[in-house]
Design a protein around this ligand. Structure first.
Ligand code: SUG
Length: 421
């Protein structure tokens, strides 16, 4: 068994649009109503995957879910019916959302070295706080059960009960001496009561840890800072990211930062915590630039790199911090900017677009692992079939719905995954 980290990126779906559906996600609210560019969005996402492949990292992907979602429209009594008012318009937009592209919210993953039965456990996230996201998990779990069908190595669980909001890996970090070693799983939850929803409920995190068979010494439950949620950090991965022994975090990410760092160091003595002080990068700048919504990765040579959005690279305060960090020769040795602007405009940076799974690639259904040939086939399907642009006013149009459905079917056919249809 060779356990390595595989990043599974969501291929940006053909209905990618800006409907402004996510309260508390400042980018989504700011860009709501604007014209989106699904083809460019999907090509940007694919270029990010190719970038990681070129670094010598294994790369996986998940396919877009069926949109517009016929099951949701039928359940809402909105099938074959034009929206009659603003509320119905938003419900239609929910059924069209391509939000499953942000696979950091697809599931929480506990790799085999952490669990009681020695299998990798995945629990689909119920995403109940946002109506447009709450429809995802049923189709997500189907895809996870196909990709990780090998029951000797994986256990895929349904979402935890929807009375407790669960946002998956976006509110979960894993630290370990190295990927294949037993890890410390850090669940970050929010408390309700602020201006914006706290999407991750503590009891959802605790349920996932129990279902995965994590020993209490291997799990930590930490409260997210209410100030961070109020400033627009709707997920913890907007203000912190971990990889192996390194935690890269904003000073204001956690409600009790010193308590959090002490608990991490006690559980994992080799932990290195890189704290970005508010004096260097304010919470507002961290959230606007998405510095922390980065992929913190270990390159094949062993050094760590931070894959950040271009927006962070172009931000003067953030750039100053990064230049200083690189010059100081800390644990993060390289910074690699990528262009995912179409996703960023909906609040999804490089880290949102991927789900990390530590596993032996030989145990994963190979159809979900990206090869150069697979990337070429995906690119051809996107170039030929993804709509060039979507004006939110076109959501609901039968012609656009047909083109979105046809685009997804073409991709599934090209990837030999039509059974997901
Ligand atoms: O859930 N945006 C997503 C962004 C998810 C980012 N994921 C992580 N941080 N891991 C969300 O808010 C916007 C959709 C719209 O407004 O149309 C949206 O769903």
């Amino acid at each position: 068994m060779t356990l390595v980290e595989i990043n599974f990126d969501g291929i940006v779906g053909p209905s990618h649009n800006y409907a402004g559906l996510s309260l508390g996600n400042l980018a989504s609210s700011k860009h709501g109503g604007q014209v989106s560019y699904p083809r460019a969005a999907a090509l940007q996402g694919l270029a990010k995957m190719r970038h990681n492949l070129a670094l010598g990292l294994p790369q996986g992907f998940f396919c877009p879910l069926p949109r517009p979602n016929p099951a949701l429209l039928a359940a809402l009594g909105l099938a074959d019916r034009a929206p009659a008012d603003e509320a119905e318009t938003r419900l239609h937009a929910a059924a069209w959302s391509a939000s499953a592209m942000w696979t950091a919210n697809a599931a929480t993953v506990s790799p085999a070295p952490d669990t009681a039965d020695g299998r990798c456990h995945l629990t689909a996230a119920n995403l109940v706080t946002m109506p447009h996201r709450s429809q995802e998990w049923v189709d997500t779990v189907r895809q996870l059960r196909l990709a990780f069908a090998d029951a000797a190595h994986f256990a895929v669980h349904d979402a935890v009960p929807p009375c407790f909001g669960d946002e998956g890996a976006a509110n979960h970090m894993r630290m370990a001496a190295h990927h294949a070693a037993p890890g410390l799983e850090i669940f970050v939850y929010g408390r309700p009561g602020g201006a914006f929803p706290a999407r991750q409920h503590e009891q959802a995190s605790r349920a996932v840890a129990r279902v995965h068979g994590l020993a209490p010494v291997r799990s930590l439950f930490i409260e997210q800072s209410p100030a961070a949620i109020a400033a627009g950090a709707f997920h913890n991965d907007v203000v912190a990211v971990a990889n192996e022994r390194v935690l890269f975090t904003h000073e204001e990410a956690f409600a009790d930062p010193d308590g959090a760092y002490a608990a991490i160091r006690a559980a994992l003595p080799e932990a290195e915590i890189v704290v970005v002080p508010t004096s260097a990068v304010s919470l507002a700048d961290a959230i606007a630039s998405y510095l922390f919504n980065a992929q913190l990765i270990t390159l094949p040579g062993g050094e760590m790199a931070l894959v950040i959005p271009l927006e962070a690279w172009e931000h003067s305060a953030v750039r100053r911090f990064l230049d200083g960090m690189l010059a100081a020769n800390g644990p993060i040795r390289r910074v690699l900017p990528v262009d995912v602007r179409q996703s960023m405009a909906n609040g999804g940076g490089p880290a949102c677009l991927r789900l990390r799974v530590v596993a032996d690639p030989a145990t994963v259904d190979p159809r979900f692992l990206l090869s150069e040939a697979g990337a070429d086939a995906t690119e051809a399907a996107i170039a030929a079939h993804w709509p060039e642009q979507i004006d939110p006013a076109d959501i609901g149009s039968p012609a656009l719905a047909a083109s979105v459905q046809n685009a997804r079917a073409a991709l599934l056919g090209a990837l030999n995954l039509s059974q997901l249809g």
